[in-house]
Ligand binder design. Structure first.
Ligand SMILES: Cc1ncc(COP(=O)(O)O)c(C=O)c1O
Length: 445
């Protein structure tokens, strides 16, 4: 098999210039534009299964999969027919529908900690609601977030979600607090306790100091916004014990990991029951959705009345999306989706490790199964935000991905994201990836 050249992207460049005349930054989220793509993004026009085509007609195998949303690949035939049938009947009523109940039933059958669920439109909305619920339920206002974890763009979560030079990070006991955005009042962060992740003694220490005042600890179960960083053995279990001991709600942010590692997400994979969990991305199979799930005793606080937790939204429970979710969850339950996702991902990981070994490139491939990341580093593992900031050559990764983009592999050059497999990927896709990676490594070395 030979990899085709996708280096001519003239129309992409022209279109990107045109887009910038009226569309802010030429894209609707910075990570899609020149913040990470140099000289500019590949403008995508069409997708089918694991493949995408750009404006110049170049074909790529997609390993970004809409930042993880496309668990069934592009334009899955079942989902295409659900969408067209549903559209013909009316896409959304903002009224009670059978579609939302059917989606919720399937959701709660799959996610172990979900007695009930509430749907929103994005992962950011879900984490915002989870925090509001936790504060109402506990009567406490502070919460703990970990360095390098991203939970969406709601104000209080935007602390140390971006990487920074290691000398700017402060000590593990007193991490420097670095907002990710202008326009957020400094007082917003008065309620945020910031701690390093994946370090049991740092966790015990911060919980001793702050445990009694926290409404919640929010964590990504696998850290997915500094690439792909699995928890150390026993870390999540200890986090669960400590949050229980201090009567703090544990929020698992499964926006990335949900419906990806197991039918019930990482909480099922690692056997941990969070108090609240948030979902998005793979749940909607390409349609915008967020969800908060947990026990009735907590979610009941949203019930209409005095002292309720408010959650509104014109597009909540969007009928088209709910139909897609029900069909997506049926597909994920009925097929051998998870063994396949794990197998194919592990094949890609092993193959890439072999390429770097053969080419004598100091790089590791971290993660397992459906999600992983490549780090150009001399280290044997990247365990947290501080390792990522200190030891990962992100510029080299960006060059590597640019070389892959010229060899029919579509991926974001941002090292903070991760490689994603969908049920549409095949062994042939992995062979193409490995061949392209081998060529790119030869040029990189
Ligand atoms: C762990 C995590 N939580 C929440 C979000 C926010 O989701 P959304 O982009 O749908 O608002 C993201 C987005 O990447 C995420 O990675």
């Amino acid at each position: 098999m030979t990899t085709s050249s996708t280096s001519v992207r003239k129309r992409s460049q022209e279109w990107y210039e045109r887009a910038q005349r009226f569309l802010m930054e030429g894209v609707n989220s910075p990570s899609r534009g020149s913040a990470v793509f140099h000289p500019g993004p590949v403008v995508l026009e069409r997708g089918q299964g694991s493949q995408v085509w750009d404006l110049d007609g170049n074909q790529y195998t997609d390993f970004m999969m809409s930042f993880g949303a496309l668990i069934q690949g592009h334009a899955h035939p079942k989902l295409v027919s659900v969408v067209s049938e549903t559209m013909a009947e009316g896409s959304h009523f903002a009224a009670a529908t059978s579609a939302e109940a059917e989606a919720a039933e399937r959701f709660c059958q799959m996610v172990p900690s979900a007695e009930v669920v509430r749907f929103a439109n994005t992962g950011s909305e879900a984490t915002m609601l989870a925090l509001r619920l936790a504060r109402a339920h506990t009567g406490r206002t502070k919460f703990l977030k970990f360095e390098g974890h991203y939970h969406g763009w709601y104000d209080p979560f935007l602390l140390n979600a971006h990487s920074h030079p290691p000398q700017d990070l402060g000590s593990k006991d007193e991490p420097a607090r670095i907002p990710d955005s202008e326009g957020i009042p400094a007082t917003t962060f008065d309620d945020v306790v910031l701690a390093p992740w994946n370090d049991v003694s740092a966790l015990e220490s911060v919980m001793r100091r702050h445990g009694r005042e926290l409404a919640a600890v929010i964590t990504e179960p696998i850290m997915a916004n500094m690439g792909c960083i699995p928890p150390r053995e026993g870390y999540l279990q200890r986090l669960r014990e400590l949050t229980k001991a201090y009567e703090v709600l544990l929020i698992f942010d499964e926006v990335v990991t949900g419906f990806r590692y197991a039918p019930g997400g990482c909480q099922q994979y690692y056997g941990i029951k969070a108090d609240l969990s948030t979902f998005g991305k793979a749940l909607g199979a390409g349609f915008p959705v967020g969800a908060v799930a947990g026990p009735r005793s907590i979610l009941d606080r949203m019930r209409w009345g005095q002292n309720m937790v408010l959650h509104y939204g014109t597009f909540n429970g969007h009928r088209l999306t709910m139909k897609v979710i029900a069909a997506n969850l049926d597909l994920l339950s009925a097929t051998d989706a998870y063994p396949k996702l794990h197998d194919i991902g592990n094949t890609a990981i092993a193959g890439l490790r072999e390429v770097f070994r053969r080419r004598k490139i100091p790089a590791i491939v971290q993660g397992f199964g459906p999600m992983f990341q490549i780090y150009f580093t001399e280290r044997e593992a990247i365990h947290d935000y501080r390792d990522y900031c200190a030891y990962v050559d992100t510029a080299r990764y960006s060059r590597f991905v640019q070389l892959l983009l010229e060899r029919a592999i579509y991926m974001t050059p941002s090292n903070g994201l991760h490689w994603i497999l969908s049920t549409a990927h095949t062994q042939a896709d992995i062979e193409n990836l490995l061949q392209a990676a081998d060529q790119a490594s030869a040029e990189l070395a």
